[in-house]
Design a protein around this ligand. Structure first.
Ligand SMILES: N[C@@H](CCC(=O)N[C@@H](CS)C(=O)NCC(=O)O)C(=O)O
Length: 214
């Protein structure tokens, strides 16, 4: 029995979960949902109502994207994508935390400036650049991926958010002094993996329950 992923195509959290599930070679059914009209079955599994959630055959759920990645990358075919020593594990945790906390806030402020009165769009760009994007670019000067010669959990967890940042104003992003980060992002955007991650699915609609008289 396949696991089920409630997902939203353009959500960066769902994208990172889908990339790990694809690499794990686990068979999973994608249920693409509307965030404006969440299906009752999705809310029944997870009342907090955020995608992605993974539903296991025993009906238990994993409702955080990083936990879904962790589960998927622990499958036999995907363990190479996990950091294997203490230093790499710490590095992975540090950069993902910085992504999910401070960078995500700056990304939202940059993407939706009208919602943030406390910071201008220019300042959110400058701050993101200084605190996160330039340091990431620096890490990539000597190696193509964040932990060396091949991509791992840390790259997979972060790239959908860098993509979202770049897409706010692609021409502007191309002008930023981030040549190594741009190359790293392009690798993912041009990859077969990304093509699979962005597969389009029809909107999931819960089947109607039919009551039968016995
Ligand atoms: N911490 C969660 C965050 C997931 C999240 O915030 N997803 C957004 C979409 S990108 C969501 O579902 N928001 C709920 C909504 O828009 O109603 C995770 O890592 O899975």
């Amino acid at each position: 029995m396949a696991v089920i992923l409630y997902s939203y195509r353009r959500c960066p959290y769902a994208m990172r979960a889908r990339s790990a599930l694809i690499l794990s070679k686990v068979i999973f059914e994608v249920r693409e949902i509307s965030l404006r009209n969440k299906p009752p079955s999705f809310l029944a599994y997870s009342p907090k109502g955020t995608v992605p959630i993974l539903v296991m055959p025993d009906q238990s759920i994993i409702d955080q994207s990083l936990d879904i990645m962790d589960w998927a990358l622990h499958q036999p075919d995907a363990r190479n994508y996990l950091p294997d020593d203490e230093e790499s594990k710490l590095f992975t945790r540090k950069w993902i935390m910085a992504n999910d906390d401070s960078f995500k806030h700056l990304l939202d402020a940059y993407k939706y400036p009208e919602r943030y009165v406390e910071i201008t769009q220019e300042n959110s760009l400058a701050c993101a650049l200084e605190t996160y994007l330039l340091p990431l670019n620096q890490l990539l000067v000597q190696q193509p991926f964040l932990l060396g010669g091949y991509f791992q959990l840390v790259d997979l967890a972060i790239f959908p958010f860098i993509r979202q940042f770049a897409m706010v104003d692609l021409e502007r992003f191309k002008q930023l002094p981030l040549p190594y980060l741009q190359k790293w992002l392009n690798f993912f955007l041009q990859s077969e993996l990304f093509e699979q991650v962005m597969t389009k699915y029809p909107l999931w609609i819960d089947p109607k329950l039919t009551l039968t008289n016995s």
